[in-house]
Design a protein around this ligand. Structure first.
Ligand code: M6R
Length: 604
C-alpha cells in the first residue's frame, strides 16, 4: 500500500527522501509528497501521479532541511489528487500515513465541531488535526501522538515531524509494518527494508502498538502502554539493494531470473547429495488437514498445492481466499495445520486470517518471501521462498518459488506420513531439480509468445482454461493478463465451460488453453473442440504430444518442453507471465506499476 520514509539527517534530506520513495513506489504510485523542517517551519511539496512528478517539482522548488518525511500513496479515502496526497499538515504537525483509520467519520465530525478545517478527503488528515489538538492543549509531542493513537481505530503506520522539534521524527505502528533504520549520525523510518537499503542495513522492526522517537543518534521506542521498550536490531540482507540492471522492466528481470531463483529455493528444501527432501521441523503425522489462506496469486499457488498435498500426502486440504476465511468461522482443531502463503508476509487479509487461527489455538505456518515480515515473525513455523525482492507489482518469480516450496513440503509430508517410499520421493525430487532447466528452455519461446500476443491485444475479453493442476495456472494466467493489460480475462476449470461460460464464445473471444500432455489432456481436447466448433480463437499452450493431438484446431500453438506432470504447473506458469507481459507492452500499459494496484496490500 502506501510507502513511508522519514529521515533525521545531518545533510539536506530531500535527495535521500526521493531515493527512498523511488524504492517504495511499488507500494503505491497515484501521488506522492514530502515535507521537511526548513528554518524551523514545515515546507511541503506534493504531486499527483507518479513519483517523477514530485521529482520534477522538487527540482523547480528546492527545499532544504535535514529532517523530513516522504510518502507515496495508494488511495483509500479520497481520489488520487494533489489535495489528497500526503503529507497532511495541521498547525505544527506534518504527517504521512499508511493504512486506514476506521473511525474517521466520527473523529472528523468531532474535529469539525471544534473548528478544524479539512483540506482533503482523506482519513489521514484527522490524525494530523488530532495530534495538533493535543499539542495545543499543552501536551509534549510524544504524549500528543500517544493520546491521538488512543483515539484511533484501524490499522495504520504513521510518521510525523513537528515544528519546534528540529532533531527528531515520531513514528507509530498499529498494523502495517514500519521499520527504523540506524545510520551514522542519521536515522531513518521506512515502510520496509527496501526503502532504507541505500542508507543502512541496521534495522529495527517496530511491533504493533509501538511508538518511536527517532533522533540523529538515538532511537527511543515505547510500547502500547507507553513504557520504554527495547526492540532488537537486525541486519538486513544486502539483496534488498535491487536494481533493474539492463532489463527494460523489473518484471522482465524477475521472469528471466526464475531458473536461478528456483534453483536457490530448491537448494533450501532438497538435499542434492541424497536426492531427497530435507526434513524440516514440522511433524506432519500430527495433522489430518491443511488449511491454506492467501490472496491473489498466492491463493492460486495454494490451489496447485492442494492437488499435491491430497494426492501425495493424503492430507485433506482447504483453500480460502484470506479475506473471506474468518467469515465462515471454520472449525479448526489441533489436527489442522493452518498455512499462510504470501510474498510480502504483510498482506492484511492473510495476516488477519493467521491471527484468527492463532486465537483459536491452531498451529500456524507462514510461507513467505520476506523472512523478516510480520507473518514470519508471528507464525509457529516459517518457510522462506527465497525469491529475493520482487519489485514488479505483478507476482512472477515469487509465485513459482511458492510453487516449488509447496511441492517440496508436500513431498516431505508424503514421505513422513509413509505415503510415498524412498524411490518415489527420489523420482519426484529429480523432477523438481529439473525445473530450472525446463524454465530456461521455456524462456527461449519468448519471441514466439510475443508474436501470438498480437492476436490477443485487440481482444476485450479472454478465457483461460485448464484441468487438474493446470486449472489454477489458467486462473493465474487470467489474473496476470487482467492486471497488466487491463483486458478482462477469466480462468475456468475446462469442464466447467459447458455450464455457462461457453455462451460467451464467438470469433472475438480468444481462449488460452493450458494443456500439457497429462492424464487430463484427452478431456481438455474435447473442451477445446467445443470452443473451436463455436468459432472461438484458440491459443494452445501444450507440448509436442499435445500439439499432435489437438494442434490442428488451434490458431496459435506454443510447444513447451515435455515436462513431467508433477512439475508442469511450475513450468506452465512462465508462458502465462510472458503472454501478459508482451500483451501489456503492445498496449503500452505500465507493466511494473499497473494502474490501481499496489505490491503490498496492508489494508483489509
Ligand atoms: O504479498 P502477497 O503474496 O500476500 O500478495 C497477495 C496478492 O496481493 C498478490 O499476489 C497480487 O495478487 C499480485 N498483484 C498478483 O500479481
Amino acid at each position: 500500500m502506501c510507502g513511508i520514509v522519514g529521515i533525521v539527517g545531518h545533510r539536506p534530506v530531500v535527495p535521500q527522501l526521493l531515493e527512498g520513495l523511488e524504492r517504495l513506489e511499488y507500494r503505491g504510485y497515484d501521488s506522492s509528497g514530502l515535507a521537511c523542517l526548513q528554518e524551523g517551519r514545515i515546507a511541503c511539496l506534493r504531486a499527483e501521479g507518479k513519483l517523477k512528478n514530485l521529482v520534477e517539482k522538487s527540482a523547480r522548488f528546492p527545499l532544504s532541511g535535514t529532517v523530513g518525511i516522504g510518502h507515496t500513496r495508494w488511495a483509500t479515502h479520497g481520489r488520487a489528487s494533489e489535495r489528497n496526497a500526503h503529507p497532511h499538515i495541521s498547525g505544527k504537525v506534518a504527517l504521512v500515513h499508511n493504512g486506514i483509520i476506521e473511525n474517521f467519520v466520527v473523529l472528523r465530525e468531532e474535529l469539525s465541531a471544534k473548528g478544524y478545517q479539512f483540506a482533503s478527503d482523506t482519513d489521514t488528515e484527522i490524525v494530523a488535526h488530532l495530534v495538533s489538538d493535543f499539542l495545543q492543549e499543552g501536551q509534549a509531542p510524544l504524549q500528543a501522538l500517544q493520546a491521538a493513537l488512543r483515539r484511533l481505530k484501524g490499522a495504520f503506520a504513521l510518521c510525523l515531524l513537528v515544528e519546534g522539534e528540529e532533531d527528531v521524527l515520531f513514528a507509530a505502528r498499529q498494523g502495517p509494518p514500519l521499520v527504523v533504520g540506524m545510520g551514522r549520525g542519521e536515522n531513518y523510518v521506512g515502510s520496509d527494508v527496501v526503502a532504507l537499503a541505500p542508507f543502512t542495513r541496521q534495522i529495527t522492526y517496530l511491533e504493533d502498538g509501538d511508538c518511536a522517537v527517532v533522533g540523529r543518534d538515538f532511537v527511543a521506542i515505547y510500547d502500547q502502554s507507553g513504557a520504554p521498550v527495547e526492540r532488537k536490531p537486525t541486519q538486513a540482507a544486502a539483496s534488498f539493494l535491487v536494481s533493474r540492471g539492463d532489463h527494460r522492466h523489473f518484471m522482465h528481470k524477475e521472469m528471466v531470473e526464475q531458473p536461478e531463483v528456483l534453483g536457490r529455493t530448491l537448494a533450501r528444501y532438497v538435499d542434492l547429495n541424497s536426492g531427497r527432501i530435507k526434513h524440516h521441523d514440522l511433524d506432519w503425522m500430527k495433522y489430518h488437514r491443511v488449511s491454506f489462506s492467501s490472496c491473489g496469486t498466492a491463493f492460486y499457488a495454494t490451489l496447485v498445492a492442494r492437488y499435491w498435498f491430497e494426492r501425495f500426502a493424503r492430507l485433506s486440504v482447504d483453500n480460502d481466499v484470506a479475506s473471506e476465511f474468518r467469515y465462515r468461522e471454520p472449525s479448526l482443531g489441533t489436527d489442522t495445520l493452518a498455512m499462510f502463503v504470501s510474498q510480502s508476509g504483510e498482506t492484511a487479509d492473510t495476516l488477519a486470517a493467521m491471527r484468527y487461527c492463532r486465537s483459536v489455538g491452531c498451529d500456524t505456518a507462514a510461507l513467505v518471501n520476506v523472512e523478516q515480515s510480520t507473518m514470519a515473525r508471528e507464525a509457529d513455523a516459517v518457510f522462506a521462498t527465497l525469491a529475493g525482492p520482487e519489485i514488479g507489482v505483478a507476482s512472477t518469480k515469487a509465485f513459482t518459488a511458492q510453487l516449488v516450496t509447496l511441492a517440496a513440503l508436500a513431498l516431505d509430508a508424503a514421505s513422513q506420513r509413509g505415503q510415498i517410499d524412498e524411490a518415489r520421493e527420489k523420482a519426484f525430487v529429480q523432477q523438481l531439480v529439473e525445473v530450472p532447466r525446463f524454465l530456461n528452455e521455456t524462456l527461449r519461446l519468448d519471441a514466439q509468445i510475443e508474436i501470438l500476443c498480437h492476436s490477443l491485444m485487440n481482444a476485450r475479453h479472454a478465457l483461460y482454461l485448464g484441468r487438474g493442476t493446470s486449472y489454477p495456472i489458467a486462473l493465474e494466467g487470467a489474473l496476470k493478463l487482467k492486471e497488466l493489460s487491463y483486458i478482462h480475462a477469466e480462468g475456468y476449470a475446462a469442464g466447467e465451460l459447458k455450464h455457462g461460460p461457453i455462451a460467451l464464445i464467438d470469433d472475438t473471444m480468444p481462449m488460452i488453453a493450458v494443456a500439457p500432455s497429462d492424464r487430463w489432456l484427452d478431456k481438455m481436447v474435447s473442451n477445446m473442440q467445443e470452443v473451436v466448433s463455436r468459432g472461438g480463437h484458440l491459443i494452445l499452450i501444450t507440448d509436442a504430444q499435445g500439439a499432435a493431438k489437438c494442434g490442428f484446431a488451434a490458431n496459435s500453438t506454443v510447444i513447451m518442453p515435455d515436462v513431467p506432470e508433477f512439475i508442469a504447473p511450475i513450468i506452465y506458469a512462465l508462458p502465462m507471465q510472458l503472454i501478459a507481459y508482451h500483451t501489456a507492452l503492445l498496449l503500452g500499459t505500465d507493466v511494473d506499476q499497473p494502474r490501481n494496484l499496489a505490491k503490498s496490500v496492508t489494508v483489509e
